[in-house]
Design a binder for this molecule. Structure first.
Ligand code: NAD
Length: 274
C-alpha cells in the first residue's frame, strides 16, 4: 500500500485515477479547487506551497507518488497566461516542492500529464515553450495572454514533456530514486472535452481529430496507465512520455519518431566519458 497524492482529483482523469488507486488499496490525498481532501489553487505560487504543505501533513510526511492531473483545457474563455500557470508552473512547482519528501522513500514516482496535442497540433508558439522552460512565469504569463489559450495549451504540454525529460535524468530525481514520467493522452471523454463551455470551433475540430482506434479515450484507460506509472512495475521507466491516444500520433507522425541521432563531438564527450 502506498501514499499517493493526485491533483485535479475532483474530475475526469484525476477522479478516475483516485478511484482506481483506492480500489487497489492505496491511500490517496486529492487536491483540487473544491471537493477533495485538500483545497488549493495551483495557479498561484502561494497556492502551490500551501497545497504541498497540506498534502504532506495529510500523508504524515510519507509520500510514495505524486500525480499531477490538474489542468485547464484549450478554451478561448481561459486566459493563455492562467492556463500556463496551472498546466506548467502548477505542475513543476508542486513537484519540486514535494521532491525532498519523495526522495526520503527508497523508490518513489511522479507523473505529469502532457498531451498528444504536443505532436499533432500545428503552430505551437515556441517562444512560450522557451519562457516556460526558462522558469520565467511572469514572462510566460504575458506571452501566453498574447498568444491566447488555444495555442498556449499545447505549448504548456510540450514544455511539460520537455521538463520531464530534462529533470528526470538528474541527480535530484532519478539519482534520488524518484521515477519521473509523463502520460500524453489523446482526446479523452471528460468535462474538459465535452463540457458545456467547449468552444463550438474546438468541438468541431475534436470531432474530426483522427483516432485510428475509432473512438475517444476513457478516463479509466488513462488512470490504468497512471496506476502502472506509480507502481514498482514501472521501476525501469525514467523520463518516458507515454502516448495513450488510440494511434493518432502514430498515424500523423509515423516517420518522425524514433528520430535519428547525429551527435556532435561535444555531445559524445559529455555523455560517454566519465
Ligand atoms: P477535467 O477538466 O475533467 O479535470 C481537470 C481538474 O483540474 C478539475 O477538477 C479542475 O478543477 C482542476 N483544476 C483546474 N484548475 C485548477 C487550479 N488552478 N488548481 C487546482 N486544480 C485545478 O479535465 P481532464 O480531462 O480530466 O484533464 C486532466 C489532465 O489531463 C489535464 O492536465 C489535461 O490537460 C490533461 N489532458 C486531458 C485530455 C482530454 O482529452 N481530456 C487530453 C490530454 C491531456
Amino acid at each position: 500500500m502506498s501514499n499517493i497524492v493526485v491533483t485535479g482529483a475532483a474530475s475526469g482523469i484525476g477522479a478516475a485515477t483516485v478511484k482506481l488507486l483506492r480500489s487497489n488499496g492505496h491511500d490517496v490525498v486529492g487536491v483540487d479547487l473544491a471537493g477533495t481532501e485538500v483545497t488549493a489553487d495551483l495557479s498561484t505560487r502561494e497556492g502551490r506551497r500551501e497545497a504541498s504543505a497540506a498534502v504532506t501533513d495529510a500523508a504524515d510526511g510519507v509520500i510514495d507518488a505524486v500525480v499531477c492531473c490538474a489542468g485547464l483545457g484549450p478554451l478561448s474563455s481561459h486566459s493563455g497566461g492562467k492556463l500556463l500557470s496551472v498546466n506548467y508552473f502548477g505542475v513543476i512547482d508542486f513537484l519540486d516542492e514535494l521532491r525532498p519528501t519523495l526522495a526520503r522513500r527508497e523508490r518513489s514516482y511522479a507523473v505529469a500529464i502532457s498531451s498528444s496535442s504536443t505532436s499533432t497540433q500545428p503552430g505551437i508558439p515556441g517562444h512560450v515553450v522557451d519562457a516556460c522552460l526558462a522558469g520565467d512565469e511572469d514572462l510566460a504569463v504575458t506571452l501566453g495572454d498574447e498568444a491566447t489559450a488555444i495555442p498556449s495549451y499545447p505549448a504548456s504540454k510540450l514544455a511539460l514533456a520537455r521538463w520531464v525529460r530534462r529533470e528526470s535524468v538528474t541527480p535530484q530525481w532519478i539519482g534520488a530514486g524518484i521515477r519521473l514520467n509523463a502520460v500524453a493522452p489523446g482526446i479523452v471523454d471528460t468535462p474538459m472535452t465535452s463540457g458545456p463551455d467547449l468552444d463550438p470551433n474546438l468541438a468541431r475540430a475534436l470531432d474530426f481529430y483522427p483516432v485510428p482506434l475509432g473512438r475517444r479515450g476513457r478516463p479509466e484507460e488513462i488512470a490504468a496507465l497512471i496506476a502502472f506509472l506509480t507502481s514498482d512495475a514501472a521501476s525501469l521507466l525514467c523520463g518516458s512520455v507515454l502516448f495513450a491516444d488510440g494511434g493518432t500520433d502514430a498515424l500523423l507522425r509515423q516517420n518522425d519518431w524514433p528520430a535519428v541521432w547525429e551527435p556532435s563531438g561535444e555531445d559524445l564527450a559529455r555523455h560517454f566519458t566519465g
